[in-house]
Design a protein around this ligand. Structure first.
Ligand code: GLA
Length: 385
């Protein structure tokens, strides 16, 4: 990211110097659709981030701008107030507005400010560009106006923004990873208690690589529907087991007990989630033992579950997953919310070149879309530059 460029743009637009903040996108090694079920996730912040330049402007309004010369970058040029009725129409401006409103609900006083935003997290790729934006804006406002929120609160503010101003009933994983990321480590996060531990990740002899289908699906209705399925199953189980508040608290026997009380679709979705939570715990043990081949097999199991049970895959993602198997990749699966975006692949060094070359060629031939490849570098979370 050319930070000088956005600093200069800020100066050109608003006639002053601003402070620069950044917050990254994320990967998730395993544990998908488990966060809003109180389960575990294993994300890490990456070297693709959102950047902002910000300065108070002495008014009660926000002026927000994002250059759009590259389609992968945020595009926005908007002015809006900070009262509830001022919600801007532009989706990107809604993220900024939402963060301000959620902070205001927590008694923060936010005066007007100017902001220029730029980003290198691909949109709709399952790498959480929206959480990166929320965390970046949240972190910047917190620091600029001395609001006194800690990183936990900033992550929760980002999540509440998605729920209340964007309409995606997401879990906490993305915002947490963006706020708490640490270079060289994944984060094993318990989404029920928010306890977490850094999990150093340096798979000797292996590489972690993302392949972007370039089929972008913004999360929305279909994502929320899956969450509702899980909630219905929890409600059914809780009739006999009142301590069950999340699928995390349930097991497969409890699920079987309600098989005639929930729909077949809800049942199979819940089954996936219960299995996935256990799969993550097993994978962490395998990673600790350095058994990357066995950990990789768990990733394939996750893909199968996400594709056949949770039904959040698509033909393009399934194709990439099949190719990974064909070229001996240790582990491969759809990453993030699904419906498009990337696969994450754990691949042995000596298999990497052939896998990438053959797979990208075959993908382009089949779908007439050029896929993008990103080597994963695990970096720090939100910070001032
Ligand atoms: C999206 C959501 C997360 C999480 C993943 C699926 O990225 O924002 O909260 O639910 O999907 O694991």
């Amino acid at each position: 990211m050319d930070i000088t460029k956005i600093k200069n743009k800020f100066k050109e637009l608003y006639g002053a110097e601003g402070a620069v903040y950044t917050s990254p996108g994320r990967i998730n090694l395993i544990g998908e659709h488990t966060d809003y079920n109180g389960g575990f996730v294993l994300p890490g912040a990456i070297d693709k981030a959102i950047y902002c330049v910000i300065k108070p402007n002495g008014t009660a309004k926000v002026r927000a701008y994002a250059p759009d010369e590259n389609p992968e970058k945020v595009s926005l040029n908007n002015e809006f107030g900070l009262e509830e009725a001022d919600k801007p129409k532009d989706r990107w401006a809604q993220y900024i507005f939402g963060v301000c409103r959620e902070m205001t609900k927590k008694c923060a006083k936010i005066p007007g400010f100017d902001i220029v935003i730029s980003g290198e997290v691909p949109l709709g790729a399952g790498m959480s560009s929206s959480a990166a934006l929320e965390s970046c804006v949240g972190f910047a406002l917190n620091d600029t106006f001395n609001l006194g929120f800690d990183r936990f609160q900033l992550a929760l503010i980002g999540q509440a923004t998605e729920h209340n101003y964007v309409g995606v009933k997401c879990g906490i994983m993305d915002q947490f990873a963006s706020c708490f990321g640490k270079e060289g480590s994944l984060i094993r996060l318990d989404c029920r208690s928010l306890e977490y531990e850094y999990f150093p990740f340096d798979p000797k002899g292996y590489r972690l690589v993302l392949i972007n289908t370039c089929v972008a699906h913004m999360l929305g209705g279909e994502y929320n529907e899956r969450r509702e399925s899980c909630e219905r199953v929890v409600a059914a189980i809780a009739v006999k087991h009142p301590k069950v508040r999340f699928l995390r608290d349930a097991n497969l026997d409890m699920l079987k007990e309600v098989s005639d009380k929930v729909s077949a679709v809800d049942y199979i979705r819940a089954e996936f989630v219960i299995e996935e939570i256990q799969r993550l715990l097993d994978t962490c043990e395998l990673l600790k033992e350095g058994d990357y081949e066995a950990a990789g097999r768990k990733m394939y199991e996750t893909h199968t579950g996400l594709s056949l049970k949770y039904t959040v895959s698509c033909p393009e993602l399934d194709f990439l997953n099949e190719k990974a198997k064909e070229y001996g990749v240790a582990g491969s699966r759809v990453m993030g919310g699904g419906f498009g975006g990337c696969t994450i692949n754990l691949v042995k060094e000596d298999k990497y070149d052939q896998f990438i070359q053959q797979t990208t060629e075959a993908y382009e031939k089949t779908f007439n879309i050029k896929p993008l490849v990103y080597d994963v570098v695990i970096k720090d979370g939100a910070r001032k530059l």
